[in-house]
Design a protein around this ligand. Sequence first.
Ligand code: NAI
Length: 768
Amino acid sequence: MPKVSDIMESMEYGPAPEDSSAVRDWLAGRTFGHFIAGRFTRPDQTFATRDPSTGEVLAQVSQGSARDVAKAVRAARRAQRGWGAMPGHDRARFLYAIARTIQKRERFLAVLETLDNGKPIRESRDIDVPLVVRHFYHHAGWAEIAETEFPGHAPLGVCGQIIPWNFPLLMLAWKVAPALAAGNTVVLKPAEYTPLTALAFAEICAHVGLPAGVINIVTGDGETGAALVASPVDKIAFTGSTEVGRGIARAVAGSGKKLTLELGGKSPFVVMDDADLDAAVEGVVDSIWFNQGQVCCAGSRILVAESVAARFESLLRARMDRLRVGAPLDKSTDIGAIVDPVQKDRILGILSRATGAGAELVGGQAQDGCFIAPGYLKNIAPANPGMREEIFGPIATLSTFRTPDEAVDLANNTAYGLAASVWSESATVATDLAAKIKAGVVWVNCANIFAAAAPFGGVRDSGYGREGGREGMLDYHSPPIPKPLRDPLPAAIAASPDGAAHEDKNIDRTVKLYIGGAQKRPDGGASYAAQDELIPLGGKKDIRNAVEAAAGALGKWQGLGGHGRAQVLYFLAENLALRRSEFAGFASVEQIEAAIRRCFYYAGFADKFDGATVAAKPGHLTHVQHDPHGVMGVIAPNGSPFAGFMSLVLPAIAMGNTVVAVPSQDKPMAALTLAQVLATSDVPGGVVNIVTGPRDGLAQALASHDGVNAVWHVAQGEALAATERAASETLIPVWSPEPRDWAAPDAQGRDFLRRATRAKTIWLPYGA
Ligand code: NAI
């Protein structure tokens, strides 16, 4: 025991453990069942959950079987009708009650989280649990106003939610709160390493009298998760590894279940030469040394301007050496325990491959038990596994760049796209980087800030869907149901409204694909017969060429801005109106007129689908913008040769995407005729590319192409399943619009524009 005089001399911290007796009393030798239909089941097969900092067994929890999952889904289904029909105000009261009860038990939950997960109590107490409380309050508010804010929208039904172990209670809140606010019921599977706070949450739900079955919690491992994915739920919301996310996307393909994926990351942390270096170093602490680096959006790749790299590294090193690794319950611990020995081994495995491939590890020593000291890898080549793989431990990479362009290239040199942090005292430079880096969230002069009102989620291999704010609520709703498809479809008729019959069909004409602004023969040279013409039979090679052309046109098209695109679309609409007779014979009058109106409509909307500045946190400008996906594959409906095609292509391009569009297979002539109007309407080459042929095969080619960023496929059954399976590998989001009367006035609107974009959240603190 050191004497006070010694301590005064060394200024060493003494131990300051948080009291865990209340939690230990609650746990005391307990064996938990699942929480189904409002009560805990009797435990059957169980496994231990441990404190990773000591290895001590905390409790036994149940390993959920497919039968348990089925029971929970049935309970959720039974409860959904009443919960979904309940006035939003009443749902809000339950959510407020949950928030308040969590607030009252904050200390208890923080200690429980720290014991089960190994994270420092400072973080669970000051970050995780307060954010959980705010999330429930925020979503209580959404429940209150849902009827007017989401008119005509409906809950999805029963949501299966699978969460990871790095922020157990916070991830639960991110998933459960919006689902409930929107009128869904839930079956949630916590991670096997950290089930305890979810079980404590179940008790809270029972305590506030939440109707039985609204929340069901089934504990277990990946097999339990897989059973939930396979069960008859309406949506799966998953946060976890990219590998498991891919498997889930494959498993739900063709099932009609909605899917949102929040996957891994390898987020850049960019320090420009004019950055406040001390602040940036604190940013690193909050990024990669927060929660032992087990953070999906951790700024794990530090990229620093060469001219300040030496100074930055010496500051970083000094700060790193002062971080305290130790007992998670100790209030002065900065770095706690890695969640499980399996994860520790995984981290050490990547580090040994990284150093084996020539990188130098500074710090980062493994310690006894589940502890790893903070560190970073330097002198690391871009292809080094430490640079490419998500380490998910307290180890960053440190590399340099010379110019802002190089910084952007390096930042985007990853398969992931979850988050980024950029540091510069120049607003011009910082916002330029924020716009150019491919990520769902960008923090300017700050890092890892979260708020219930700010959408969070990724692009590329980091997944799709958003959690938080309005965007997050929309992902738990289905939009108003479109008018049913009129049956039979209006047959093609040959007269235009001005009476000019279509007569100039030139039988010698060769109909071609339209790629990069030019008519192109299909690569295979084959054709098929439709509408009395020989239609080019497009194939994979044509899709590749078209994607390349679309990618090449992105810069110019987006550079026009919303206003510029509005003018182009207006001109296109006018030209279509003037040349409507050219379409007669290829589509009905109704189809042609609807397509023209659609074009005027999206010309009007092109610069009006605004983002928002959300009220996320005082002292921060939190800006949510609707970014285009990039290159989109659009497979138009077969039965609606012109209105259907235009109803999908127009919102996509209005938002700044470029498209590879596959028109109606049976009636492609209207779309091919459009190509000629596009060419004379200032629509830059490559913005709309038209490939005719077998819709479903071409859809698969698009969904498997890495250069495509989103796919819309009007299809059902096996055709859609095949596209979704292909997209599960590339992690391209697929939307299958409901069949509808595409010529109807309501086959347009905000839902299409939302689908054509994804939210990017940019955080700009005042006077950082
Ligand atoms: P994981 O992806 O296996 O686990 C996440 C959740 O998915 C857990 O609840 C797990 O039981 C469940 N799960 C596992 N297999 C499943 C399946 N086939 N079907 C349905 N659910 C399934 O992640 P894991 O193995 O715990 O960690 C491995 C790596 O994944 C980490 O080192 C890290 O790189 C990454 N990861 C990323 C997270 C993020 O927030 N982005 C969170 C957790 C892990």
